[in-house]
Design a protein around this ligand. Structure first.
Ligand code: ADP
Length: 444
């Protein structure tokens, strides 16, 4: 059957010394290189009996399987290696091909990016293209495109804020405590009930209502690292770069566990796939889903994923499945009492005269946390100038805040609620927006 003289001689030599591992491996590799796939598979199997943990033999066997479209068998052969974090990256590339063959594109991309992030020489443009990764459109691409550079690693943040720095929102804090903090603080209790820490929370509400502030405070409350991801950190027009950035961000969080990984404006990364016309945008969503699931059970252990959006109705329903963003939490615009509490927190380190925070809260209807911060900042500026002129610190008073509030315009809470009403009243079959209902029905 083998018409190649060299191969015949090799095979004969291997028959005479069946326990010679290097010889058998060499024969198997030659068979594979020349395309005798079934023979290569048989030889690799025989070699694996001699050395069950041999990386080269495993790689060869898996490759032979992939080339015969036996993708499940390839994954089974690779599995013992892939389960440990420091596995040889080239095995990840073969796994990516096998996963692709199985139709698991998201997981394939995950493996591929993990592999090339550890060994850039393994980059395989053809494979990357098959992962349906974006090709820059001619108008977007510069005349002489430079290859994408690996994303710059941002430093993780150590948050100084805790829940004590977040005014009001008791219900929101309580649900985050149960979801995020207790499982890590009391793992035995949760283990006893067979519950694992994990799964993410999607915070939604009008802009400026304190979603980012809350996420940062959750990290501080837990003593966890904080990774704050904005759209600009992820989206990139180069082939595969967005997926690669996303993977690198998850990896950064995983290396710094316990960690709160926070995605702002997540609707842009997790939009409904049915709304997308371009395959590459869908690919990013698939990659995001695969990262949330992790390739194995422990991949995201100790990584708490929080995300914020002003437009939760645009998020693909797949993100709301268990283990992903399985909890939706509404971060409401503050009522009068909450505004007074926010003002108290914002002013607490400033020199103050007698303060009537309730009066200021009443004068700042429809304002959210971000607006109130603007009011306090403006009042502080005025006070600073007066103090410089007077040559002594002049404490801030209720009148100063009221004056600053007069000139300020609330951001678009009312408009946001009007938009929300449109979506919620027409599509609340699953009860996902129940929390929003009282706000929608109230007069604003
Ligand atoms: P969002 O992420 O919802 O757009 P942010 O978290 O950026 O809003 O809120 C803007 C600022 O408003 C925060 O940096 C914080 O100073 C202040 N703020 C908002 N909500 C609160 C709150 N509940 N308690 C204290 N400060 C708040």
């Amino acid at each position: 059957m083998l018409d190649d003289g060299g191969l015949r001689a090799l095979r004969e030599a291997a028959r005479l010394s069946p326990d010679n591992l290097p010889l058998r491996r060499h024969l198997a590799e030659q068979l594979l290189a020349k395309g005798y796939l079934a023979d290569a598979e048989a030889e690799f199997r025989a070699a694996l009996l001699l050395a069950p943990k041999d990386v080269d033999v495993t790689a060869g066997l898996a490759e032979a399987f992939v080339r015969q479209s036996a993708h499940g068998a390839a994954l089974a052969a690779l599995e013992p290696f892939l389960a440990s974090p420091g596995y040889p990256p080239r095995l990840g590339i073969i796994a990516a091909k096998a996963l692709l063959g199985e139709g698991e594109t998201g997981k394939a991309a995950y493996r591929y990016y993990e592999a090339i992030s550890r060994d850039a020489s393994l980059e395989d443009p053809e494979l990357a293209a098959r992962l349906a990764i974006p090709v820059p459109t001619p108008s977007a691409a510069p005349a002489d495109p430079v290859p994408p550079s690996p994303p710059e690693e941002e430093e993780v943040e150590r948050s100084k804020h805790t829940f004590a720095d977040v005014a009001g929102m008791e219900a929101v804090k309580e649900s985050l405590r149960v979801k995020l903090l207790l499982p890590l603080q009391q793992p035995e209790l949760f283990a006893a009930y067979g519950k694992r820490a994990g799964g993410g929370v999607l915070l939604y509400g009008p802009p400026g209502a304190g979603k980012t502030h809350l996420a940062r405070a959750a990290a501080g409350e837990l003593g966890a690292a904080f990774v704050n991801v904005g759209l600009a950190d992820i989206l990139d027009m180069y082939v595969g770069s967005s997926e690669r950035n996303l993977h690198a961000t998850f990896d950064l969080a995983r290396r710094n566990r316990p960690c709160v990984l926070f995605f702002d404006e997540v609707d842009a990364l997790a939009a409904r796939r049915s709304d997308m016309r371009q395959a590459h945008a869908r690919q990013l969503v698939n990659q995001f889903l695969a990262e949330l699931d992790g390739v194995d059970q422990n991949a995201n252990e100790g990584v708490l994923v929080l995300a914020a959006t002003n437009a939760p109705w645009y998020i693909d329903a797949a993100f709301r499945r268990p283990g992903r963003f399985d909890q939706l939490v509404f971060v409401p615009p503050p009522d009068t009492a909450a505004r007074a509490a926010i003002l108290r927190i914002l002013c607490r380190d400033k020199p103050l005269a007698e303060m009537d925070f309730d009066a200021v809260a009443r004068a700042t209807e429809h304002m959210v946390g971000a607006d109130l911060k603007g009011v306090v900042d403006r009042a502080v500026e005025v006070k600073l100038q007066q103090s410089i002129s007077a040559g002594r610190p002049i404490p801030m008073s209720t009148t100063d805040l009221l004056a600053a509030a007069k000139g300020a315009k609330p951001t678009a809470v009312r408009e946001w609620l009007a938009t929300a009403r449109n979506y919620v009243l027409h599509a609340n079959e699953s009860g996902a927006w129940d929390e929003l209902m009282p706000w929608i029905k109230a007069k604003w």
